[in-house]
Ligand binder design. Structure first.
Ligand code: NAD
Ligand code: UGA
Length: 463
């Protein structure tokens, strides 16, 4: 079966970039991305392509080429479902905040709504593709909803998890390490798998397209994120030991990473991992293990989260201790708020938790991030529920210029590894700060020798 029309439900960080790249690479396929969020769709359709709602290097160019040709953004979900032969579900699957599984399980209400809408609207056979990250065996639930509507339409369900990382989404989509497609192990399942293989084969070498059964595919996504996050927590655990022993975590990471069995990537010690997925997906894995009575398995993976929380908290505590045990009414300047560089996404960013800790100590925080707005910062903090928005507003402000942000500060905390931070005039920043002028580098980004020479009291992670 040759696919000519694709619909994607969810125009977020995954649906938007993924579909833009499919459309660019497959001009013969019409791709329509739909969302209930009218503002988001409006921005995807903004005549100035620089105003699209997601900041990703290279994405505006891809959208500019395909939009209006074979890439469309719309709020008419029913129409797009009706017309498509293949429907990707790419909606959010956050951690549940209520009921059973609260704080651990994935909330599948948006997925179920999509399945019910597809069932209601479809008049022709469809291939439904799980693009969202889902608990293993979700395809069973989707199948049950789709097959019980009694309208005679046949559905095939595929799992096609997305492995892109934010900040490098376009590059990751252009050159994926692998594309994973899981489907039913019968003739119809095989046919559906092949239809999706043919879409990716327009730009991905066939030997990088891996096909499995549905459950392996669903589970592999959670496991990939758990393994990646585990590396960060492992090196962060060692960073604390380095600080006590005189070892240097950068040197240790290099030394172990040169063992080809360990590898050099994802061993950067930091203030802690953030992002919308690592924590949510590990908690989901923990919940699944618990639900099968596998308590040791659950405890093993939960430790990755416990270590990450510890890393964020100890970074904040160290600032307070070093500033003579009080930061009350002192100005702490944050360089960076996003959870990593080259993205405007702040979900679960370590900066939020460090700020929360320092606000409890009555610090005044000034933030400079090249891509994050004041409204977003306030909403991140207010979401935590530690204090009212008015109280947050009183103690946290933003500056539109990094030098303004650092003026009068007692300390700078570097939370995101934006490249531009390395290029600042640090002599100028030093001259305008309170002395002693402290820098807490949560990303081991800056040049320690240079900053120390200028006069800063510089502290990094793990040395
Ligand atoms: P997101 O919140 O940015 O986007 C989801 C979008 O779905 C939102 O715009 C929302 O309005 C829309 N939506 C929800 N329910 C809808 C419905 N019934 N009809 C139409 N639209 C609806 O989320 P995201 O970051 O793109 O993540 C989506 C999924 O992909 C999650 O399961 C996530 O775990 C997974 N994932 C994310 C990343 C990443 O880097 N962000 C990477 C790989 C996988
Ligand atoms: C991660 C995975 O890398 C993607 O493969 C996956 O598709 C995605 O989650 C997802 O499922 O959402 P992402 O969260 O966008 O991607 O970004 P990462 O590059 O993985 O970084 C996550 C966090 O770990 C960031 O806060 C980053 O600063 C931190 N990190 C990463 C470190 O502290 N040290 C490292 O060595 C690497």
């Amino acid at each position: 079966m040759k696919i000519t029309k694709i619909c994607c439900i969810g125009a977020g960080y995954v649906g938007g970039p993924t579909m833009a790249v499919i459309a660019q690479k497959c001009p013969h396929i019409q791709v329509t991305v739909v969302d209930l969020n009218e503002q988001r769709i409006k921005l995807w359709n903004d005549p100035d392509v620089n105003n699209i709602p997601i900041y990703e290097p290279g994405l505006s160019e891809v959208v500019a080429e395909a939009r209006g040709r074979n890439l469309f953004f719309s709020t008419d979900v029913d129409k797009a479902i009706d017309e498509a032969e293949m429907i990707f579900i790419s909606v959010n699957t956050p951690t549940k905040t209520y009921g059973s599984g609260k704080g651990l399980a994935a909330d599948l209400k948006y997925i179920e709504l999509c399945a019910r809408q597809i069932a209601r609207v479809s008049k022709t056979n469809k291939i439904v593709v799980e693009k969202s990250t889902l608990p293993v065996r979700t395809a069973e639930a989707i199948k049950s909803i789709l097959h019980n509507t009694g309208n005679g339409v046949k559905f095939q369900i595929l799992s096609n998890p997305e492995f892109l990382a934010e900040g490098t989404a376009v590059e990751d989509l252009f050159h994926p390490d692998r594309v994973l497609i899981g489907g039913e192990t019968n003739a119809e399942g095989e046919q559906a798998i092949q239809a999706l293989v043919e879409v990716y084969a327009n730009w991905v070498p066939k030997d990088k397209i891996l096909t499995t059964n549905v459950w392996s595919s669903e589970l592999s996504k959670l496991v990939a994120n758990a393994f990646l996050a585990q590396r960060v927590s492992s090196i962060n655990a060692i960073s604390e030991l380095c600080e006590k022993t005189g070892a240097n975590v950068n040197e240790v990471a290099k030394a172990i990473g040169m063992d080809s069995r360990i590898g050099p990537k994802f061993l950067k010690a930091s203030v802690g991992f953030g992002g919308s997925c690592f924590q949510k997906d590990i908690l989901n894995l923990v919940y699944i293990a618990k639900s099968y009575g596998l308590h040791e398995v659950a405890d093993y993976w939960e430790q990755v989260i416990i270590m990450n929380d510890h890393q964020k908290n100890r970074f904040a505590k160290n600032i307070v201790t070093t500033l003579y045990n009080t930061v009350a009414d002192k100005q702490i300047t944050f360089l960076g708020w996003a959870f990593k560089k080259d993205t405007n996404d702040t979900r679960e960013s370590a900066a939020i938790y460090v700020a929360d800790n320092l606000l409890f100590e009555q610090a005044n925080i000034v933030v400079f991030d090249p891509k994050v707005s004041y409204a977003q910062i306030l909403s991140d903090l207010t979401y935590l529920g530690s204090r009212t928005e008015a109280e947050n507003k009183e103690h946290i402000t933003v500056a539109s210029d990094p030098y303004e942000a650092c003026k009068g500060a007692h300390a700078i905390a570097l939370l995101t590894e934006w490249d531009e931070f390395k290029t600042y005039d640090w002599e100028r920043i030093y001259a305008q700060m309170n002395k002693p002028a402290f820098v807490f580098d949560g990303r081991n980004l800056l040049d320690k020798a240079l900053l120390t020479r200028i006069g800063f009291k510089y502290q990094a992670i793990g040395s």
